[in-house]
Design a protein. Structure first.
Length: 385
């Protein structure tokens, strides 16, 4: 009756079961995984947001496969603020970065071909790939006084079936920004092997120290697809507005854009009100980012303060994004630890294996969590040891 690509194990895991049990019983939960910005206590300009969605032009249907020109020009302006010259014609608007991945996978891969994704990283890739009949293989990020790409392992992972390398900049959850040397090496590798580079930059604006590194959006070495959207940039995941920017050698870029336009034209998924609102919603990003960065940095400082008062746990280096990785004594599996913290202390965290960490002893916490919950939850975790 159903396709093999949907043959998932839909049974809830032990951590999800414990969370549901605790909430059903009305017991308190200190949620250190909180990452929905609309529920994290930030102030939004309600009048400006709602006003941007009431443009009378939305009453007319003007299908544009790549997205309305004014919306794409607003995205080009965003990249100009990052020092990158991006033409509005070189991008396609999508309803989410997940849809952008889907479009690019369809463009690049025949059924059964492969994309390489980093590990550790967010566990969404496997679902997106499976739905497109694409295979996922992993290449490692290694930690040695900071995160870095293991290029030897990456090159070993490339096969004749490999069509693209995914890089998350900064990585979720490690917070690793791809350094300039790494970016140059990735571009050269993809160009030499005739494969594409897919750069996920949803957290690009959230550097926790110094300025954000350069975007991949103007990369020219290899055929490159740069993905981002309002979900993180403006803290507006409900608006369902994202994009994919295509760059690289001109011949490949133009062929890719022509084919992407047909893919986008087939779905025409972007709605008019959000496209018309996109320039205003992007302009609102400065105030959201000011609040979010203050929260992220304050929580990271609180984490360091509490860690300094004990000797059992530490954190891994984080350069950007919304998460931190705690290194804890590997006295039990990460999943066992997460379930026990929730059941006995009411603290909800993600175990490292959710993100493909190798070995136990890793716990992931969201730095976007409200201050009091974050501080209280950390105290409970560290008191465990």
């Amino acid at each position: 009756m159903f396709a093999d690509r949907t043959r998932w194990n839909l049974a809830p895991n032990r951590l999800s079961q414990e969370l549901a049990r605790r909430r059903a019983a009305g017991l308190p939960v200190l949620d250190l995984t909180a990452s929905n910005p609309t529920e994290c206590g930030f102030e939004y300009d309600r009048k400006a947001i709602l006003g941007s969605l009431s443009n009378p032009a939305a009453l007319a249907y003007s299908p544009e496969p790549k997205g309305l020109p004014a919306a794409r020009q607003a995205v080009a302006k965003y990249y100009a603020a990052h020092g990158a010259s991006v033409a509005a014609e070189d991008m396609v608007l999508t309803t989410s970065t997940s849809e952008a991945y889907s479009f690019v996978f369809r463009l690049l891969c025949n059924p059964g071909e492969t994309v390489l994704v980093p590990a550790p990283s967010y566990p969404l890739f496997e679902f997106l790939a499976e739905l497109g009949d694409v295979q996922v293989a992993r290449y490692p990020l290694v930690y040695d006084h900071g995160w870095q790409i293991d290029f030897h392992a990456l090159e070993q992972a490339i096969t004749p079936a490999t069509r693209a390398i995914v890089v998350v900049h900064p990585n979720n959850p490690t917070g690793h920004f791809t350094g300039p040397g790494e970016a140059q090496r990735l571009g050269a590798l993809c160009a030499a092997r005739g494969i594409a580079l897919i750069a996920d930059e949803v957290f690009l604006d959230f550097a926790l120290a110094g300025e954000a590194p350069r975007t991949f959006a103007a990369s020219s070495q290899a055929l490159t697809f740069t993905l981002s959207g309002l979900s993180k940039i403006s803290g507006l995941p409900q608006m369902k507005a994202a994009w994919v920017v295509t760059s690289g050698p001109e011949e490949w870029k133009q062929q890719a854009l022509a084919r992407l336009e047909v893919v986008a034209d087939t779905f025409l998924s972007m709605n008019a009100p959000v496209q018309l609102a996109l320039p205003a919603l992007l302009d609102l990003r400065a105030e959201f980012q000011r609040q979010a960065l203050a929260r992220l940095r304050a929580n990271l400082a609180e984490l360091d303060r509490q860690l300094a008062a004990q000797n059992s746990c530490s954190r891994l280096q984080v350069e950007g994004g919304w998460y931190a990785v705690l290194r804890v004594p590997a006295t039990r599996s990460d999943e066992d630890l997460a379930v026990e913290l929730l059941s006995t202390r009411g603290v909800y965290v993600h175990p490292g294996h959710f993100y493909d960490f190798q070995g136990d002893g890793h716990v992931i916490v969201s730095l976007l969590t409200r201050d009091a919950d974050f501080s209280g939850g950390l105290r409970e975790i560290l008191a465990w040891y």
